[in-house]
Every structure is written in structure tokens, then in C-alpha cells.
Design a binder for this molecule. Structure first.
Ligand code: ADP
Ligand code: MG
Length: 707
């Protein structure tokens, strides 16, 4: 899992088993990958040999059909054994180069555009027999093969006449280049000790890891490409086991350190309540009750607080923090970015004002004297409430007595970071907040066995968002409607899908839409997209926030961290291209104030069944948990929307929609194993350490006493 906040300096060096080193070498170390292609491979799969090994085929080509020329069926991939009869170079460079080949049944032409004569002469020596493989087509009543995929002497017949995997590509890389690179990467696969549970392996009839990975790259039939094929299931199990083991090692470490009861007096909490201009929601009350009870207990708290954007998590987190302060300790909240840390700090300062406590903000920007002063306040205990970025878990930060750590997760921290903060004190209670509504069945995959508190209702006073689904043909109507709303003072987000190199060119670029809208509403339109520099993006956002621009054309970059309460209209173009989770996140940008908001989902017909379903769900509900459950169902129905959008941990092979059963198996397996061998010292335990490194969950190894 990529983690931008993972810096080298805050993790002691850990030694990877040497057998894995070839896999962690850069892809440049493979033959055939040079300075020109390395970037392309990095974009396609990753920068290391291992990443190429995980680049699994998405299709196959069956080259076993070997008819005679006369018997070849047009349109099929054929492998033919032919004599090279005659070279027929094009008379002009525009004309293709043709080679006449024959067998006892007949003759046909091989066709080459921009063919290099000397190469063709070498590959197809006149009078000799050659094996050629490619698609045979009917052209002008004659059979021909354009650009055979393979050619070789009869001795290579066996190597050519097989089922060949095909790989996902990126612009600039051909099938042949990728297949060659992957094959070279697979040559580096070491034989690793078996970490799988023996009974499970026997029951499922699984091969060892290496054999399974090789099998996944050598499909014989379409079923071998499916997530449910034995090879892919085995690999998915390995990945889920690595995840579960890392998460449970964290739980083991957390729970092993004795907790301490933090019993609040309720005094600060009461002052907070009295000062609030609103009533707590039912969910908030329940959550606070659950959390304070957990904190008062003798065990350490290890709890996940889930709730949609705007459900009021900050207040609940603050209640936990105040309880820790009432009990005589300090409380800290960690956010994934500088901006979010500042937002949290401001919010907490406002909410906590009535309690007389002033939160301290510590980020990477604090330098010199200022930083010294803050560190001193944290160490002396003068600072009770502390908010910050990962700067908080640097070694130089010493707490007088940290009782409660809140981590605002947003998927940016790993297990390692979660732990780092809680290690800053004895038996620190840990509360992890996340705005991503992960389905209940999958919380386990992302967070392991954490206890879960959910905020299911939203603060009152919010008007539901009026969501409409419209065909893009009605664009003019939409623009007229927006003209009226703009005149009445509203602000509008207009989201266009991201334009990527390899995507269809029919996608409407944000730039083009900006031009059109800016012509219609001169001077009122802003533009943000991923290609803009940081400051340009900030400036454009700032102008929109200040109301200088009233309509913001954007790509999905506005997904995170923007809060413009006056924006009440969200237009999403080609909404059918977005996943449910992403649509939900985007729509969450409006409906933040008390005014009625509208979300217009524009689509380009015809809609696939699945896309229609997604848009309907969006129209019917605003409940993030319901949407997440539906998302999972639809993904299970086969449409891949990417784990990144769904808030689940990114996985290489495991697909929770298909491999859900393996998740609970892996969980039970990991739990039993840790009961029997908590330090992973048995032979299987040692093998599991290798597994953790293989899936880059080595943070788990560090939690072991003899790590
Ligand atoms: P989250 O962190 O879950 O996205 P916040 O804690 O930022 O949500 O709350 C969103 C807004 O709702 C804040 O302005 C907050 O003050 C307000 N709020 C929180 N709880 C309530 C409530 N019970 N009634 C009314 N407004 C609330
Ligand atoms: Mg918040």
C-alpha cells in the first residue's frame, strides 16, 4: 500500500530476507528494459521486478489452431507451417511489402506495412519452411495474414503453438515488450518456504506460491484468468493472510501493553455540551458513551470511528480527548496532511473554547524557536490538547503523559503510523477516524479486529441533496438552469472526468468545457485540474472560495479537502464513468450549508446495466454505508471500479468481492497462529515473516520482540 507519509528516517532499518532481494531490484535490472522504457513500465506495473511479477494477464491467445492454408478459417488466430515462395516488395513506400507463402493445400500472402526488407529477408528466407502465427483475414476474396505475431523455424513450432497470455498495456508498450519483461521478471522468482496452512492447502489442492504465480501467468483457458481460478485464489489467500497477520500483530502489540483506565469526571464534557449551539445526534451520543466506557475499562482502546463527511466525527473525537484530559492525561489528534491538521485545529479550538483549553498545533512547518517552545509545552504537560501531522510521532516529540491518540485516517496512514503515535505513552487509547464508509463485512480487511463505532445519522438542519440523472443531450437546458441559479447567487462545481493518455479521446476535457462555460459566463468561471501546479491550483480554489469565481470546472482533484459551504450545485459529466464511492465523495462537496443543494449527474447514452444501477442508487440515497454496500455488490457483479475509489486497502491479487471467503479464512488462520506462536519463531512462523516482507507488511515483523 503506497503511503506518502512513510519516511525512511522514522523507521529503523529492517532486514529483508536476502532471498527476496532479486524481486525488489529495479525493473531496469531486467534484460530488455532500458532508460527509454523504464518509465513506461513503472507507470504500467511499478518500479520493481516484483511489480512486474504481479502484473497478471488479462486475456489469452490460443495459437494451437494449426490448419492448412486452404483450411484456415478467416478471422481466427492460426499457426501455419509454410514454405516461403516469393518476396514482393511494394512498388512505392506507401504500398505494403508482401511475401507469398504456400503449403500443399494452397498459398496466401503475408502483408507488412513499413516492412524493413533486410529484416524480412532474414526472417523469411525464400525457399525455406517457416512457422508463422497470427490472425488470418479474408481481403478481396483472398486469405492473408498481416504482420504475423510470431515467425520461426520449424524447430520453434512447439514454443509458438501454445496458449499465450496477454497483458494489460499502457501507451508506448507493446504486448510483446510486456510479455518479454514479465517473463524475465518471473525468471527471478525464488523458491520460498511454505507459509500456507497445510490442511487448507491440501483441501484446496493449491500449489506453492511460486508455482501458483507462474500458473497465473500461463493460462490454458479463459477460466484460468478468473479470480476464482485455483492459482489466483491461492495468491489472494497469501495476500489476505499477510494483511491479516500484520493487522493482528498490531492488535497483539497494542493489547499486550497494559491499558489503564481513563475515567473522566465529565466536567469538561459538560462545559462543551453547554456551549454547543446544537444538540448532539443520537449516533454521537451513543458513540461518546461507547468510547468513554471503553476508555474507562482496563484494556487499551483500539477503536474505529466511521462516519460520512459531515456526520460530526470531530465532535466525538474531541469528547474522547476531553475525557483523557479530565483523567489527567494529554490527548493528541493526527491528520494526514498539513491542511487537514490546520482545519482540525481550527475546529477544535472553536469547539473547545468553552472548556478553557487551547489546542496546540504541531506540523512540519514549525521550525526553530517556535518548535522548541511547542515541544517544551508538550513535554511539560502544559499543552493538553495537541493536533498535528505525522510530525507528532517524531522522536523529538515527548509527551508528559499521553492518554489518548486520535488518528484521522483517510487511508493515508499504515499500521506503522497508527502505532507510532500510540507508542508515545503507556497504554495509550487509540481512536481511528475514517470518512470512508467501508461495508461492515470489509472493515476486517482494512482495519483488522478493531472495535467499530459508526455515526449513522447526520446532524439535523441539512436539506437533502436533490440528485437528478440526465442524458448529456440536455446540456443546453442544464446550462440555462445554471445561469438562473448563478444569477441568484449560487456557486457551482462542474466535474469532468480525468483525461488520460490511454482513455478514449471522446472524453470531454476540462479545458474544453471551461472554454465553453467561460464564453457563456465570462469572468465567472475557474478551472482546476491535476496538471496545474500546486500554487495555481490553490489560487484557483481560493478565488472560488472567496466567491470571485462562481463556477468551478474541475477534474476529480476536488474530491478531497475542499469546503465551500456556499456551493450548492454539483454537475458531474459522464457520471457513468465514475465508481459509486467516487460519486458519493464528489457529491459530498455540496449540501454542506443550510440551503438546498442539487446534484446533476450527466451521462452519455447508452448506459450499461451496471452504470444505470449506479446512477439510480445515487439518486435514491445519500447514505454512504448503503452506497458502499451497493458498490460492493456491483463490483461483485463484475465491473471493476478500482479499490482506490472504494476505500479498501489496495491489493495486488485479492479482490474482496470474489475472495470474501478467503478473508475470514485468513483471519482465523492468522489468529490461531498467533495464539500458538505469537513471536513467529516456529518454522511456519519464519515462513510467515517472509510472507510479510513479500507483501511489504514488514511493519508487522517489527512488532515482534525478536523482530
Ligand atoms: P466530520 O468530521 O464527520 O466530517 P464534522 O465533525 O466536521 O464532521 O461536522 C460537520 C459540521 O457539523 C461541523 O460544522 C460541526 O460543527 C457540525 N455539527 C456536528 N455535530 C452537530 C450536531 N449534532 N448538530 C448540528 N451540527 C453539528
Ligand atoms: Mg471532519
Amino acid at each position: 500500500m503506497a503511503s506518502p507519509n512513510r519516511s525512511q528516517s522514522d523507521r529503523p532499518s529492517i532486514v529483508r530476507p536476502p532471498s527476496l532481494n532479486p524481486l525488489f531490484a529495479p525493473v531496469e535490472s531486467l534484460p530488455g528494459i532500458g532508460p527509454r522504457t523504464v518509465k513506461l513500465f513503472a507507470a504500467l506495473a511499478g518500479e520493481r521486478v516484483l511489480d512486474l511479477c504481479w502484473h497478471l494477464p488479462s486475456g489469452l491467445i490460443d495459437r494451437r489452431y494449426a490448419p492448412s492454408i486452404a483450411g484456415a478459417e478467416a478471422g481466427r488466430i492460426c499457426t501455419l507451417t509454410v514454405r516461403v515462395a516469393e518476396h514482393r516488395p511494394g512498388r512505392t513506400t506507401r504500398q505494403p511489402y508482401r511475401i507469398l507463402v504456400e503449403d500443399d493445400s494452397g498459398a496466401m500472402e503475408l502483408v507488412f506495412f513499413h516492412g524493413k526488407p533486410d529484416y524480412l529477408m532474414r526472417s523469411y528466407p525464400p525457399g525455406q519452411t517457416r512457422i508463422v502465427s497470427g490472425r488470418v483475414e479474408l481481403y478481396d476474396g483472398h486469405l492473408q495474414m498481416t504482420h504475423p505475431d510470431h515467425v520461426g523455424p520449424p524447430s520453434e513450432a512447439e514454443a509458438i503453438m501454445r496458449v499465450e497470455p496477454t497483458y494489460p498495456l499502457t501507451a508506448g508498450l507493446t504486448q510483446r515488450m510486456v510479455a518479454k519483461a514479465v517473463a524475465a521478471a518471473l525468471k527471478r522468482l525464488p523458491t520460498l518456504p511454505e507459509w500456507g496452512e497445510p490442511n487448507l492447502l491440501a483441501r484446496e489442492g493449491w500449489q506453492p506460491w511460486k508455482e501458483s504465480l507462474l500458473a497465473a501467468h500461463h493460462p490454458h483457458e479463459a477460466a484460468d484468468l478468473e479470480p476464482l481460478s485455483p492459482a489466483r485464489r491461492r495468491l489472494a489467500y497469501d495476500e489476505l493472510l499477510a494483511n491479516q497477520l500484520a493487522l493482528q500483530l498490531m492488535r497483539q502489540t497494542m493489547k499486550r501493553a497494559r491499558g489503564r483506565p481513563l475515567e473522566g469526571t465529565g466536567a469538561l464534557l459538560a462545559r462543551l455540551r453547554d456551549a454547543l449551539p446544537f444538540q448532539l445526534t443520537g449516533s454521537q451520543e451513543l458513540a461518546i458513551e461507547e468510547i468513554t466506557k471503553d476508555m474507562a475499562g482496563p484494556e487499551r482502546m483500539l477503536r474505529l470511528l466511521q462516519g460520512d463527511v459531515g456526520s460530526g466525527k470531530t465532535l466525538v473525537a474531541l469528547a474522547a480527548m476531553l475525557t483523557a484530559v479530565e483523567a489527567g492525561t494529554q490527548a493528541a489528534m493526527m491528520a494526514p496532511t498539513e491542511i487537514l491538521a490546520r482545519q482540525h485545529h481550527a475546529k477544535i479550538a472553536e469547539l473547545a473554547a468553552a472548556t478553557g483549553l487551547e489546542p496546540l498545533l504541531l506540523t512540519g512547518r514549525d521550525k526553530g524557536k517556535e518548535r522548541e517552545r511547542k515541544l517544551a509545552e508538550i513535554e511539560s504537560g502544559e499543552a493538553k490538547l495537541i493536533v498535528g501531522t505525522h510530525a507528532l510521532f517524531q522522536e523529538s516529540v515527548v509527551f508528559q503523559d499521553l492518554g489518548c491518540a486520535v488518528v484521522d485516517e483517510q487511508h493515508r496512514f499504515g499500521v506503522h503510523q497508527r502505532l507510532s503515535l500510540s507508542r508515545k505513552g503507556a497504554g495509550v487509547d487509540l481512536l481511528v477516524m475514517t470518512a470512508t464508509p467501508i461495508p461492515r463485512t470489509l472493515v476486517l480487511a482494512a482495519y483488522g479486529d478493531m472495535d467499530v463505532t459508526r455515526l449513522t445519522d447526520k446532524p439535523p438542519g441539512r436539506t437533502p441533496i436533490d440528485t437528478r440523472v440526465l442524458a448529456v443531450e440536455r446540456l443546453e437546458e442544464v446550462i440555462e438552469g445554471i445561469a438562473r441559479r448563478l444569477a441568484a447567487g449560487a456557486q457551482v462545481y462542474w466535474v469532468c472526468p480525468l483525461v488520460e493518455e490511454s482513455e478514449d479521446s471522446d472524453m470531454i476535457a476540462a479545458e474544453a468545457r471551461y472554454q465553453v462555460l467561460n464564453e457563456r459566463f465570462p469572468g465567472q468561471v475557474g478551472l482546476v485540474h491535476g496538471q496545474l501546479k500546486g500554487e495555481e491550483k490553490d489560487a484557483a480554489m481560493q478565488r472560488f472560495l472567496a466567491g470571485e469565481t462562481r463556477l468551478l470546472v474541475a477534474t476529480t482533484v476536488i474530491e478531497v479537502g475542499v469546503d465551500v459551504p456556499r456551493a450548492t450545485i454539483m454537475v458531474i459529466e459522464q457520471a457513468e464513468r465514475f465508481g459509486l464511492a467516487q460519486l458519493h465523495q464528489l457529491r459530498g462537496r455540496v449540501g454542506r450549508g443550510s440551503e438546498a443543494s442539487t446534484c446533476l449527474l450527466l451521462y452519455k447514452p447508452p448506459l450499461s446495466e451496471n452504470a444505470r444501477r449506479r446512477l439510480t442508487i445515487m439518486r435514491e440515497t445519500e447514505d454512504g454505508f448503503v452506497i458502499a454496500e451497493e458498490d460492493l455488490k456491483l463490483r461483485g457483479a463484475g465491473e471493476v471500479l478500482g479499490t482506490r475509489q472504494s476505500g479498501l486497502p489496495e491489493t495486488r491479487v485479492a479482490d474482496l468481492a470474489s475472495h470474501g471467503d478467503l478473508l475470514s479464512i485468513a483471519r482465523d488462520d492468522a489468529a490461531l497462529l498467533l495464539t500458538l506462536d505469537p513471536e513467529l519463531t516456529s518454522p511456519r512462523g519464519q515462513a510467515l515473516r517472509v510472507l510479510l516482507y513479500l507483501f511489504e507488511r514488514e511493519e508487522g515483523v517489527r512488532l515482534l520482540r525478536s523482530g
